[in-house]
Design a binder for this molecule. Structure first.
Ligand SMILES: [Zn+2]
Length: 198
């Protein structure tokens, strides 16, 4: 007996990665708007840590927006995403290892999952769990900005002010894009915390 194309066949994972300020959130917003315009039920999530530009929306440094639920854990995404076909998650690096299983499960349930996130931390180390999401994704896009120092394509996020607390979330004035040649890693070992902050 042949079954019609099942929900499962349509599931896919897309990853949008790169350094800070590389336009990742703008790409995510564009894909979510396109999916909604095509008639799909879409829901977007952001980490509650990241309320720099708007507490209830994905927002870019240049003010583009898509409404998003601020959440602290993967379980909340799992519960809320049950009824939609397309799931967007911004700042995926903040959600820790559990987001890998979540993405696999949502994909297996036939959903299109799009995760944006930074893939190298300020120490120049892979910003887990983004590398693992890249490994299992059907599509990976790497966003680059010109290096602030020399103009070459930048993959790294340079911390340009001293670290004075555990809160590494920041924006313009605290970080800038740098190429591999101009990037100076923070000294010491990355602080990888249980919720994925580094
Ligand atoms: Zn450079």
């Amino acid at each position: 007996m042949s079954l019609p194309a099942s929900q499962t066949d349509r599931g896919r994972l897309e990853v949008i990665c790169g350094c800070m300020f590389a336009g990742k959130t703008a790409h995510l917003i564009a894909r979510l708007l396109e999916a909604r315009a095509a008639g799909f039920a879409v829901l977007a999530f952001k980490h509650a840590l990241d309320i720099r530009y708007s507490p209830a929306a994905l927002a870019t440094h240049d003010h583009r927006r898509f409404e998003a639920l601020p959440v602290r854990d993967v379980a909340t995404i799992r519960a809320k995403a049950a009824g939609v076909r397309v799931v967007g998650i911004d700042e995926g690096q903040f959600f820790g290892e559990e987001i890998v299983t979540l993405c696999r499960d949502l994909r297996a349930a036939g959903k299109r999952v799009i995760v944006a996130g930074i893939d190298f931390n300020a120490w120049g180390c892979p910003f887990e769990p983004m590398p693992r999401l890249k490994e299992i994704a059907e599509r990976v896009d790497v966003c680059c900005m010109p290096c602030t120092a020399c103009g070459r394509p930048a993959r790294y996020t340079q911390r340009i002010v001293p670290v004075e607390s555990d809160d590494m979330v920041g924006g313009p004035g605290e970080y800038e894009p740098r190429c591999e040649r101009c990037f100076v890693p923070l000294p010491g070992f990355p602080r990888n915390e249980p919720d994925g902050r580094a």
